[in-house]
Design a protein around this ligand. Structure first.
Ligand code: SAH
Length: 275
């Protein structure tokens, strides 16, 4: 066989493997989340193409992450006018100046978080609720904090409608984490911070994973995966990215979980790797 034929054959085998794996996982209930038994929708093909082209062709190899990404109906998490673009290889605006990250970045963050069934996971920056739904396919212990009350309300309702009602969503300042639910096996921050918020380090279990974009707002940041080893964060992987900023309203420092009086100013960003 010529090299090109071999590559095509390998690709076909990979798609067949994933399809079979998806079927087996759905049948055996390994997909954990309530969405795993969802009836096929009209975006099924677009979603599987996204998994094959944007995730498997890059470095997403964890079968549970691939199945989760192939299960969650991403088109239900974007504004109706953008559903036709929901499975494109880019972030999309979701209102309030915020973005839903590119599928690859969601998958990479999830893979880096190494979520096992039963793990407790905290997401900071609920946004549309999409990343939370992907996490909910992997464990039934998901907590998610969103600073904009309107986005938190919409995401909670959407997650409930789609069968992900076990995800706990609240409006508040994610800089403070979610102390009552801590400690967590994994924490994912989906907005960029200049440094790791100390509360998040404190709320991570020993051996736990923290995935966070670090860097200046509006500039190029580094998505970093840390592991907590003997109480300290050890950097294990990183990738240049661009996320919307994690806002840190001073008023919320005194009353961490009060709703902000008004939507804080945030600047939109593409929420994916810099181009
Ligand atoms: N994970 C989301 C996308 C997140 S965009 C999804 O899957 O759709 C980043 C989100 O972080 C925005 O919704 C923004 O309002 C929120 N955010 C910014 N600063 C925050 C803070 N201090 N605490 C909690 N959420 C914050």
């Amino acid at each position: 066989m010529r090299l090109r034929d071999k590559l095509v054959a390998a690709r076909i085998m990979r798609v067949i493997f994933l399809t079979l794996l998806g079927g087996v996982m759905a049948l055996t209930g390994l997909g954990v989340g309530a969405g795993a038994d969802r009836a096929p929708d009209s975006f099924q093909d677009a979603r599987q193409a996204m998994v094959a082209r944007q995730l498997q062709r890059r470095d997403i190899t964890d079968p549970r992450v691939l199945v989760a990404m192939g299960t969650v109906p991403r088109h239900c998490f974007v504004p109706e006018s953008l559903t036709s673009q929901a499975y494109g290889d880019h972030p999309l605006p979701i209102g309030g100046g915020q973005t839903i990250s590119q599928p690859y970045i969601v998958a990479l963050m999830t893979q880096w978080a190494e979520v096992a069934p039963g793990d407790k996971v905290l997401e900071v920056g609920t946004g549309s609720g999409y990343q939370a739904a992907v996490l909910a396919e992997l464990t039934d212990q998901v907590w998610s904090i969103e600073i904009l009350p309107e986005l938190a309300r919409q995401a909670a309702a959407r997650l409930k409608d789609l069968g992900y009602g076990r995800v706990r969503v609240r409006s508040g300042d994610g800089y403070q984490g979610w102390p009552e639910a801590a400690p967590f096996d994994a924490i994912l921050v989906t907005a960029a911070a200049p440094r790791v918020p100390p509360a998040l380090t404190a709320q991570l279990k020993e051996g736990g994973r923290l995935v966070i974009p670090l860097g200046p707002p509006g500039g190029v940041q580094n998505l970093v995966r840390y592991r907590k080893v003997q109480g300290k964060l050890v950097e294990e992987a990183s990738l240049p990215v661009r996320f919307v900023p994690l806002v840190h309203p001073p008023a919320l420092k005194a009353a961490p979980f009060a709703d902000p009086p008004e939507a804080p100013a945030t600047s939109p960003g593409p929420g994916g790797p810099p181009r």
